[in-house]
Design a binder for this molecule. Sequence first.
Ligand code: SD4
Length: 328
Amino acid sequence: MTDRRKFLKTSALASAALLVNACSNDKPKANTKVNKPIVLSTWRFGIEANQAAWAILSKNGKALDAVEAGVMVPEGDPKERSVGYGGRPDRDGRITLDACIMDELSNIGSVAGLEFIKHPISVARAVMEKTPHVMLVGDGALQFALSQGFKKENLMVEESEKEWKEWLKDSEYKPIANIENHDTIGMIALDSHGNLSGACTTSGMAFKMHGRVGDSPIIGAGLYVDNEVGAATATGHGEEVIRIAGCHLVVELMRQGKTPQQACEEAVARVVKLMDLRKKDLKDIQVGFIALNKNGETGSYCVQSGFNYAVYDASGNRLIDAGYHIKV
Ligand code: SD4
């Protein structure tokens, strides 16, 4: 090759590379290889939850069905002490559950402060599919659930009752980051048809005030899905997630061209900034986000170490430690 041809070829390659870089902030390209199906969920119990979701996704099932089936696993497990059956009570000793679900058409359903029902996510789905509304709370949510044939059950397990009685001695609400406040399951999935859905379910912060609602049942805070762009879900101190409309923020950042990782990092930076502004100690809280875009690319970030999440795709099911802001 002559020097001139070599030069032309190299500069053509260089401009192509520049072009790719310039475009890398754009929305996913139609010809990009999409990593699907894929499912992500928060915390270590995400591994088992992902398995249930994968059973559906791997047979070309819908992301909506997969996320519902996935989060039902910890909901139904009394050993998981912050979701569904076996969840920790509020300070009055009542187990009040929050959950929401969102599909690829932006159908949404949510319940907050729901008592006595083991699978609040399925009630949220029923709100989405069978009512003209998007959110039911407290007694109204329970009445609706019963009318739909859900069974009224005692969700309190011995350990939760013991812990609550212990807590009552000082009655001090000081959630320990990563311990008393964690274990909401948020799950987001992209199915083989290229559609996204998400679900989020929790018993909320342990020993919260009765009537307190966190981010988890609030569309845009604890969960958000936009089938053109991506999906995100959150865990940790719900008040801080609501303050920044967390998951909507993550999805909008992806719409603007951020990768899922960059979007999660920027949302955490927003939490940090508002904690600073309000002179609150960041070490007292945890907030974590996970995100997925239309290409099946993933991201995660949190305030402090200790948050992990599970990813299941063609490469298998694995637990990943999220990057974190406080580097001590
Ligand atoms: C809440 N975000 O009720 C939930 C709690 C949580 O992991 O995520 N724990 O604020």
